[in-house]
Design a protein around this ligand. Structure first.
Ligand SMILES: [Zn+2]
Length: 248
């Protein structure tokens, strides 16, 4: 088993959540040389058009390959019955302790009219980030040592809302990885059959909108649970990858 540490771990409830919420960001981080991992808390099955978990897992494996991430893990928590609870928190915290990321990206917030698993995933992620660093509790985590995660950011689904995510928020420029995101989503033939092509159109449209709000071709929004600070104001405002300096 490859337990080389990861720089970033993103966590979703079902295979395809992360591609929808932050696939372009994950692809970009991987391009920038960071070791990126994806964790799906459940296998996402059953769903109406899928023959079963094996097919969905293969779709997820191929999507991760398209995004260029180093690792994808599927936990065996139950789809449709995902609840924040001790066992779920420990299962995820074990992965954090094993792979020792600096940054965790995770779902946050309720998704009315869609699966309540997404909201529960957010609760589990918040707790697991905390559990990861607790000392004098190694027996709950197979002896894996504590690990403090430096930063946590939220990756909201914004498709059914006029407001996206927490404040403060940051828009990641995914102009160069938007097509990778869409190709990764296209791997999920069981989730996006031809009759649901409109969903993919909405995901693309949202990325174009969020990007253009910040002066990019395409973007994804991340929220921060705490204010983002800087010791380098000019670097923050005028660094090489910052757009939106003037009227874009
Ligand atoms: Zn989902």
């Amino acid at each position: 088993m490859n337990t080389e540490s990861l720089d970033v771990i993103a966590v979703g409830a079902h295979p395809d959540d992360l591609e929808i919420a932050c696939g372009g960001t994950l692809a970009k981080l991987a391009r920038q040389g960071h070791r990126v991992g994806m964790i799906d808390l459940t296998d996402g099955e059953p769903t109406p058009c899928s023959p079963g978990p094996e097919v969905r897992l293969e779709e997820a494996r191929r999507a991760a390959e398209v995004l260029g991430v180093a690792k994808r893990i599927t936990l065996d928590l139950p789809n449709r019955r995902l609840f924040d609870g001790f066992d779920a928190r420990v299962a995820l915290a074990k992965e954090f302790r094993r792979y020792r990321p600096r940054l965790v990206l995770g779902l946050s917030g309720a998704t009315p009219l869609a699966s309540p698993d997404h909201y529960q995933a957010g609760l589990i992620i918040d707790a697991a980030v905390f559990y990861s660093r607790l000392t004098k509790w190694d027996e709950c985590f197979d002896g894996l040592p504590p690990h403090t995660i430096d930063r946590q950011l939220y990756t909201p689904f914004g498709l059914r809302s006029l407001t996206v995510g927490a404040t403060p928020c940051v828009v990641v420029d995914i102009g160069e990885t938007l097509e990778q995101k869409m190709q990764a989503l296209a791997c999920y033939k069981t989730q996006f059959p031809p009759q649901k092509a409109g969903v993919l159109d909405r995901i693309r449209t949202a990325a174009l909108h969020y990007g253009q709000v910040a002066g990019f071709t395409a973007g994804e929004v991340l929220g921060s649970p705490t204010p983002l600070g800087t010791g380098d104001l000019m670097g923050l405002l005028f660094g090489p990858d910052i757009v939106g300096k003037g009227e874009n």
